[in-house]
Design a protein around this ligand. Sequence first.
Ligand SMILES: Nc1ncnc2c1ncn2[C@@H]1O[C@H](COP(=O)(O)OP(=O)(O)O)[C@@H](O)[C@H]1O
Ligand SMILES: [Mg+2]
Length: 304
Amino acid sequence: MAAIAISLIDVTKTYIDRTVVDRFSFAVEKGECFGLLGPNGAGKSTIARMVLGMTPPDAGKITVLGAPVPAQARLARASIGVVPQFDDLDQEFTVRENLLVFGRYFNMSTHQIEAVIPSLLEFARLESKADARVAGLSGGMKRRLMLARALINDPQLLILDEPTTGLDPHARHLIWERLRSLLARGKTILLTTHFMEEAERLCDRLCVLEEGEKIAEGRPQGLIDEQIGCQVIEINGGNPHELRALIKTCAQRIEVSGETLFCYSSAPEQVRIQLRERTDLRLLQRPPNLEDVFLRLTGREMKD
Ligand SMILES: Nc1ncnc2c1ncn2[C@@H]1O[C@H](COP(=O)(O)OP(=O)(O)O)[C@@H](O)[C@H]1O
Ligand SMILES: [Mg+2]
């Protein structure tokens, strides 16, 4: 059996009268990238905070790198790197100063920290920014600095809470590439995201969650095959409810979300034939993805 880095068993968190994480269980194996995928408010950050021992659960059992959490969270934290959801860099300090201050939290000497700074800057592609103030960095650079900072204690486990939210596509791709290089080095990653594409590209396995409950778990492609398993045609431009009647005989399933009709079909050419006279429509045929899985399981899109 693979070694387990994080284990949650029936973990529940309630705020006043609202259960925001409900009997949640999962196990992250060492060396894998495990995702928590869900829309805003699903409970992702709450789970990440409980794993870090920053928020106590009301019930259930959490073990991180062999230590019971929150009881021995400090022990586990020494081997964990964290990128919180919101930027908490010291804006007035330079890049180098931020790393120096952070290293001291791990009881590293100035000498020890200075010895690792060049490789961290290289990792984050911030070599030329060492003496720049954080306030002047782009969003992508700040996120890369937070990632470099999380690596200062050479952690075996990384907990990344929405590491690319708010970044442009180029900056996002650069973070993905950096995360893949960490996985290649054998690091374990727990990643939260509301980007389907990010989860699909990076995660070995993931949980899909909604309102504190796990609604699916597995490998991204496994979930897609299991839940969808056919082509998708997105149809825009017509009245989705009228269109439904036209194509229902050649579709396994039809979902309407906003102005788009999602047609799931193993015979997409038949759907096109049915609609060939309708030049007013825009049809996009594509393979299924995790967005379709979420739509199938919840009846709504995850996109904000
Ligand atoms: N300290 C808190 N007190 C009360 N409610 C909270 C607190 N933290 C989070 N919540 C609520 O818990 C739910 C889950 O939040 P969160 O874990 O931040 O979700 P996500 O990270 O998936 O967006 C939300 O409805 C949020 O409003
Ligand atoms: Mg969050």
